[in-house]
Design a protein around this ligand. Structure first.
Ligand SMILES: [Zn+2]
Length: 552
């Protein structure tokens, strides 16, 4: 390492608003100090350590604005059910995993989705018990709002039997599901948990992500889990964890915010459930289950009280909200809170809503006025949108087509932050950007530039970082960037010859790689957080030693 603490990247393609032709960037003490061309860069920084990018793309690193670290980590280190195609497949996978695990261990698996199966019949409790023996088994559905379990797990959560959403044979939903999930997560060892959390954070870094918003909560993950995650995240060489706690603002919750330095009482504070599990709260019944309209967990007064308490405490508030009845309740609650606080005070902290899948233009206008960020998951539309997807099955094609209206929200001025809700959808930020551009409903997508911003700057902004530079590669910004091996970039010149890779105008964004469905998405070579390498593809561990600088 040179005696200078400046690193100069040269020979690349820098995605920066400062200069469309930038090939070089200088970083000092973790801050971007200069962006421009190679020649001037070398002249201006004679003592810098020089890294040759060999034509690679350097862009602001991604933010994932909604994650579940431990669940994803357990998924990464455990049993994956996303590929099973019928009940027999699932039972075989469970049998093999149960035989391989010690009897006192809980088997946690995730990702089954019967809507993609060749035969959508679910296995019975008796079949699962037979496959698993004495092993407590928790198998969450792909949307994480219901789970198949074995009797041995129900014995660890005896109250589940009397709770709402209990089924003696089918998947558990609602309260019963929350109880068995808590029991399953409580039963894993501290070491299993830390290993899962570390695996998750390394996977995020390897995906070009520099910051994740952990949506923790009392029913979804528990306090011990969050404490453990914050401890793991304090180790050097990992992405930032922005912690949210999904609980109403009572004394205990506010104490926890202060003790752990939480960003807010937001994230998965459930106003309703999810569409896949028929628990998102709808104004009209489900098309495929006409006797139910879902479940609403909070009413407008409770939501408004939470907004007021958080605003007065100077922290962000937020909710998980999906169905139109739930979104309506939240919008009415903001109006109530405004009566107490006034518009400016309510807007000051930038409260946030997670998912917001069913929202009208009028409601979007109101949210924009209250400076409420919509934290959304474009991969949901890619996975479940379209004329024959899960949304259409649950809601009918007309209501389904109105879901995840990114264009409407952007047009009404609602700040967007994108994420994955991993393990619900994978850590794949470029895939998220592409899904937001190529929305399944024509007219609901946004430009690649807007989508990229929502997955970078928008995420920092959603977490309350409003310095105007974080998330962009401009002088004064923290050096949070990722280096990508990417196809030819789109260039600013309106010259058809250089746009040979695509004829689709939606993905023609200067300075970004092609995103059309046929394009190969960029491969992450390196991720850097405030000047420190947190992932390098040449390092087999996926993680550079703390304090080392990137070397080409
Ligand atoms: Zn979530």
């Amino acid at each position: 390492m040179s005696s200078s603490n400046t690193t100069l990247l040269v020979g690349g393609r820098i995605h920066t608003p400062s200069s469309p032709d930038a090939t070089a960037m200088a970083v000092t003490d973790g801050i971007v100090v200069w962006v421009g061309q190679d020649g001037p860069g070398r002249a201006l920084h004679p003592d810098a350590e020089v890294i040759d990018l060999d034509g690679a793309l350097v862009a602001p690193a991604f933010v994932d604005a909604h994650v579940h670290a431990t669940n994803t980590g357990l998924h990464l280190t455990g049993l994956d059910l996303t590929e099973v195609r019928d009940a027999a497949d699932l039972l075989a996978a469970v049998r093999a995993a149960a035989e391989a695990s010690a009897p006192e261990e809980v088997l946690i698996a995730h990702g089954w989705d019967e809507t993609t199966w060749t035969d959508s019949r679910l296995p019975s409790r008796a079949e699962l018990d037979d496959a698993a023996g004495a092993v407590p088994v928790y198998l969450s559905r792909v949307d994480a709002h219901s789970a198949l379990v074995t009797s041995a797990l129900v014995e660890l959560a005896p109250d589940a039997v009397h709770a709402e959403g209990y089924s003696p044979d089918g998947p558990l939903t609602r309260d019963a599901h929350h109880l068995v999930r808590t029991a399953a997560h409580t039963a894993i060892t501290a070491e299993q948990r830390e290993r899962a959390q570390r695996a998750f954070l390394r996977a995020a870094a390897a995906a070009g992500i520099v910051s994740v918003h952990e949506c923790a909560g009392p029913v979804i993950s528990g306090e011990e889990d969050l404490r453990s995650l914050l401890q793991v995240a304090a180790e050097p060489g990992l992405p930032e964890v922005v912690p949210y706690w999904g609980a109403l603002a009572d004394t205990a919750a506010l104490d926890l915010v202060r003790e752990l330095g939480l960003r807010g009482l937001a994230g998965d504070l459930f106003v309703d459930g999810a569409l896949g599990s028929h628990t998102a709260a709808l104004c009209e019944p489900y098309a495929d289950r006409p006797h139910t309209s879902g479940t609403r967990y909070l009413d407008r007064q409770a939501i408004a009280d939470h907004l007021v308490a958080c605003t007065e405490a100077g922290i962000q508030a937020g909710f998980h909200v999906i169905g139109d009845a739930a979104v309506t309740e939240v919008v009415e609650a903001f109006a109530l809170a405004e009566k107490t606080l006034g518009q400016r005070a309510l807007a000051r902290l930038g409260h946030r809503l997670e998912h917001v899948e069913m929202i009208t233009a009028e409601q979007a206008t109101a949210l924009a006025r209250w400076n409420v960020t919509a934290s959304m998951q474009p991969a949901f539309d890619a996975a479940w949108g379209g004329a024959h997807g899960m949304y259409a099955t649950r809601l009918g094609p007309d209501r389904a087509a109105a879901l995840n209206p990114f264009a409407t929200l952007a047009a009404e001025g609602v700040p967007l932050a994108f994420g994955s809700d991993t393990p619900v959808t994978p850590l794949d930020p470029w895939g998220g950007v592409r899904a937001a551009v190529y929305h399944r409903t024509p007219g609901s997508g946004i430009s690649a530039r807007a989508a990229f911003n929502a997955h970078t700057r928008g995420g920092h902004r959603a977490a309350g970082v409003v310095d105007g530079v974080t998330g962009s590669l401009v002088p004064g910004a923290p050096a949070h960037y990722a280096v990508w091996e990417a196809d030819d970039l789109v260039v600013a010149a309106p010259d058809a010859r250089v746009q040979r890779w695509s004829t689709d105008p939606r993905s023609r964004v200067p300075g970004l790689p092609p995103l059309d469905p046929e394009a190969t998405l960029p491969r992450c070579l390196r991720t850097v957080r405030a000047g420190q390498v947190i992932y390098d593809h040449t390092d087999g561990t996926g993680r550079a030693a703390p304090g080392t600088q990137a070397r080409a």
